[in-house]
Design a binder for this molecule. Structure first.
Ligand code: ZN
Ligand code: ZN
Length: 593
């Protein structure tokens, strides 16, 4: 439940008149939580007007019909907004705010500082053509259930009016782009054409819209698809003798890490921690593998090299997997098992009123096999959460076998912990009960991913999988992904790591299949810092739990920690820590607002 009144812009005038002005400090917005809350709402309203795409995908639908052209002028408007917002935020005295608002204060300030930095320093609008992919928002409008279909289709239609100007401007802005990101932009733009060429027309047939109007709408969708194709042709033919490097470099990386991860530590410290963690995991994996060897290999001599030993045991265990036609039902069957386990061990309270809907992957997502969570935008609180399970129907046997070995009987269970219970899905339900939309909209990915990774270990530590050494070994392999994501990301963007070294790290030291390692390499060349979020969030949560244990002494209960931690919403761990470890604070983050 949200107690606040959202997006009522008119209240702001009342604040100005109600506020005392003290002689020399300039205009005051007020010092208390009530005026801060009012400011938050007008802040979001202002932000949405300047960034309708973000508004739409966050679940705020007033500006669905607008597409903002990426011009210098519009960027200046955003810059101006950020400067004014930073000034307004600084007028509140952060120490006087309650815990929930304190976190919002930091999030808003960070977000606006990041906005300035992105526009003035990072300037990815010049070198990242993939930043101009508009299809996601159009697909969100088409597939959302937040409003009647005819209205959504008309917004879709109006939004398309600016597409030609949008790409004309994009072509003006792009200079010496990153080659890898240019390729990605071409693939993604072409991959999304179906939204305009097919999905839109299919939806029109289901809506009650007059024929003549339908024809106009279809014509515009056709023009839009042609414009997008022309943009990909322009990209392909772009003369680019001196492309921007995909490697971010130390300075930009450190700044991006600071804004996106919002950790207390530096990326270098996190990298060092990941390298240490890898060593520890290898030691533990060696011990487990030695123990398991006779059970699976009898008297066959053990490989002398410990990484070879671990690899062989993992390879043997990977043959325990379901058949292609059982894949979906196997995942669906996991959810009630996990729910029952969480309840029986009293790990945290699950909200039975918001069941997770397990469904077959819908058509427009087809091709993304495995399992994923589909959540409504953070402000679309009535929308359902879906656990999409892909089908392996029609896969070549060798491809299916390789995939099923990767998502074997052990990993499949860990995947469901991570994605659903008590991982992402449960965290989302708690976040939706947190009192402020700021935390949902500016959700911290390190906290979100860190929680899911933390849950995998928390479940195993509490006996999930019956303390089987096989399960622990396979979890370590899975966990090495998170750890090596950090090593790879920092290595590539800061330390100039070569491709072959990256692939060796993933295949030899993290026991990944070559195809998976290639995919990860591709990802690290088109993204930065994002891959840090898994291990960083995990480590920060584990460290916080240790500190919290110390603070609570014999009053410590795992369930209390889990629930308190989640009650602050998707906030950076450092601010949750500040609140949870504060003297005299035994309450939760949802007390404010
Ligand atoms: Zn097999
Ligand atoms: Zn995740």
């Amino acid at each position: 439940m949200i107690k606040k009144i959202l997006y009522t812009g008119f209240i702001i005038t009342a604040v100005f008149t109600a506020c005392k002005k003290d002689g020399n400090a300039g205009p005051q917005l007020g010092k208390d939580d009530a005026s801060f809350t009012i400011y938050e709402n007008s802040f979001l309203e202002g932000l949405w007007k300047l960034d309708p795409d973000w508004a739409t995908t966050s679940g705020f639908h007033k500006y669905d019909s607008l597409l903002v052209v990426p011009s210098d002028k519009n960027r200046d408007k955003m810059l101006d907004f950020a400067k004014k917002a930073l000034d307004s935020i600084s007028r509140f005295e952060v120490t006087t705010l309650n815990d929930a608002n304190k976190i919002d204060y930091h999030l808003m300030q960070n977000q606006m500082e990041m906005t300035e930095w992105k526009i003035q320093v990072l300037k990815s609008y010049q070198w990242n053509p993939a930043a101009y992919n508009i299809t996601g928002t159009f697909a969100y409008i088409l597939n959302g259930h937040y409003a009647p279909l005819a209205g959504r289709l008309r917004n879709f239609y109006q939004k398309m009016a600016a597409v030609a100007d949008y790409y004309k401007e994009a072509e003006k802005q792009i200079k010496n782009p990153v080659a890898e990101l240019t390729g990605l932009a071409v693939d993604q733009h072409l991959g999304g054409l179906g939204v305009f060429e097919k999905d839109f027309a299919d939806s029109l047939k289901k809506a009650n819209i007059p024929q003549a109007e339908q024809k106009q709408m279809l014509d515009r969708a056709h023009t839009t698809a042609e414009t997008i194709k022309a943009f990909t042709e322009w990209l392909k033919n772009l003369k680019n003798d001196h492309p921007h490097s995909f490697r971010l470099g130390r300075d930009l990386y450190e700044a991006k890490f600071k804004y996106e991860i919002q950790s207390e530590v530096t990326p270098q410290q996190m990298y060092n921690a990941a390298v240490e963690r890898k060593k520890t995991i290898h030691r533990e994996m060696t011990q487990i593998s030695k123990k398991l060897w006779p059970k699976y290999f009898g008297t066959k001599p053990m490989p002398a090299d410990s990484l070879d030993l671990i690899a062989q045991v993992i390879d043997t265990l990977s043959s325990k997997h379901v058949q292609p036609d059982e894949f979906q039902s196997a995942i669906a069957n996991e959810i009630p098992k996990l729910t029952a386990f969480v309840k029986s061990k009293d790990l945290l309270t699950l909200d039975a009123s918001k069941p997770l809907i397990v469904r077959k992957e819908p058509g427009y997502m087809a091709g993304v096999a495995g399992a994923s969570m589909s959540s409504p935008g953070p402000l679309d609180k009535t929308g359902n959460s879906y656990f999409n399970v892909g089908s392996l129907n029609g896969w070549a046997p060798a491809k299916a076998e390789s995939y099923l070995r990767e998502y074997n009987q052990y990993i499949l269970q860990i995947l469901c912990i991570h994605e659903a219970v008590p991982g992402h899905y449960v965290q989302l339900v708690y976040a939706n009960n947190a009192p402020s939309p700021i935390k949902s909209v500016f959700g911290n990915t390190a906290m979100i991913e860190g929680w899911a990774v933390y849950c995998e270990q928390m479940m195993l530590d509490n006996g999930f999988g019956g303390d089987a050494p096989e399960m622990r070994l396979m979890w370590y392999k899975w966990h090495l992904r998170s750890v090596c994501n950090t090593i790879l990301d920092y290595g590539v963007h800061v330390q100039n790591m070569a491709k072959q070294d990256g692939l060796t790290l993933l295949t030899r030291e993290a026991f990944q299949q070559p195809a998976e390692a290639e995919g990860k390499w591709k990802r690290v060349t088109v993204s930065s810092v994002q891959l840090d979020s898994y291990f960083t969030g995990y480590k920060e949560i584990m460290d916080l739990r240790e500190a919290y244990k110390k603070k609570m002494g014999d009053k410590y209960k795992l369930k209390d920690f889990n629930e308190k931690f989640l009650s602050y919403g998707s906030a950076p761990v450092r601010y949750i820590k500040e609140a949870m470890l504060a003297k005299g604070n035994s309450g939760s983050g949802s007390s404010g607002g």
